[in-house]
Design a binder for this molecule. Structure first.
Ligand SMILES: Cc1cc2nc3c(=O)[nH]c(=O)nc-3n(C[C@H](O)[C@H](O)[C@H](O)COP(=O)(O)OP(=O)(O)OC[C@H]3O[C@@H](n4cnc5c(N)ncnc54)[C@H](O)[C@@H]3O)c2cc1C
Length: 237
């Protein structure tokens, strides 16, 4: 699996701060964008965000290429509706080779792994047979959840906060959690003020909302205090 941050809003913090402050200023965002004082930029962002006006970080967008994840995992990714997706089509692209994800739990068990590989080889054999006779869009019905796919995804910073809360959580499925962890690492590099406190609720809010379903293992590995202290939470404007 490979995650690449393809493109992102330059000066995301400055842009969101200018947009936020334009609500309360006689000046327009074009003038406010000239602001160079980092402390002022941070204060202009912190105020609306701590008041729950999270729409101001929707102005910053981030686009990733996610390659080699399973269809099982991409199906969960595309449930996030406030995002844009472009996914490799099994109607047009022939899945020539047996490219699939093997879960670690299966790989650790020698016999299970061997049966799994045999099954995948057999599935692809039938797929290739079918795709010589019927359209690819019909042959693909035999392909498994494990089949890999490539997908391009764009989310704004607010949606990314929400996505990280759900998918960096230990309760999330392991493969999508690995994708989300890597996306978080990459956006923290380019927009540290916006994302340094992002992550599952045990990181972003300092508490777990899962009640009896809580894993009881806070993700301290993701804790990077020091950003804007945005809590995407469940507050709505
Ligand atoms: C651990 C885990 C287990 C899961 N198990 C299941 C399962 O068993 N079955 C299953 O079907 N799904 C399951 N899901 C998927 C889950 O129910 C959501 O579909 C998915 O996480 C997307 O979340 P979302 O709707 O909050 O996010 P998004 O679609 O990204 O939306 C972001 C936010 O925008 C708002 N929003 C978006 N669309 C609407 C709308 N139409 N109306 C009102 N507000 C809206 C909401 O505030 C929402 O939280 C699971 C998810 C997780 C993390």
């Amino acid at each position: 699996m490979r995650v690449t941050l393809l493109s992102y809003t330059q000066n995301a913090e400055r842009l969101c701060a200018a947009a936020a402050h334009s609500c309360y200023s006689g000046s327009g965002a074009s003038e406010l964008m000239q602001e160079e004082d980092e402390g002022r930029i941070e204060r202009r962002l912190r105020a609306p965000l701590s008041a729950g006006h999270h729409s101001v970080i929707e102005h910053a967008a981030f686009t990733f290429s996610i390659e080699g994840i399973s269809r099982a995992s991409s199906h969960q990714l595309v449930r996030h509706r406030i995002a844009s997706f472009s996914q490799q089509s099994q109607r047009y692209v022939k899945m020539e080779n047996a490219d699939y994800v093997m879960p670690e739990s299966i790989g650790r068990d020698e016999e299970a792994a061997s049966r799994y590989r045999e099954l995948m080889d057999r599935i692809w054999e039938e797929y290739r047979f079918l795709s010589e006779r019927v359209p690819k869009e019909d042959a693909r019905y035999v392909l498994p959840n494990a089949c890999v796919t490539n997908i391009t995804v764009t989310m704004n910073a607010r949606e990314l906060w929400h996505f990280f809360e759900l998918r960096c959580c230990n309760r999330a499925q392991w493969e999508l959690r690995a994708v989300a962890d890597e996306m978080l690492r990459q956006v923290q590099e380019v927009s540290p003020s916006i994302f340094s406190n992002a992550g599952p609720p045990c990181v972003s809010r300092g508490r777990c909302p899962e009640g009896p379903l809580s894993c009881g293992r806070p993700r301290n590995d993701l804790r990077k205090r020091g950003g804007l202290g945005v809590s995407a939470g469940s507050e709505k404007d």
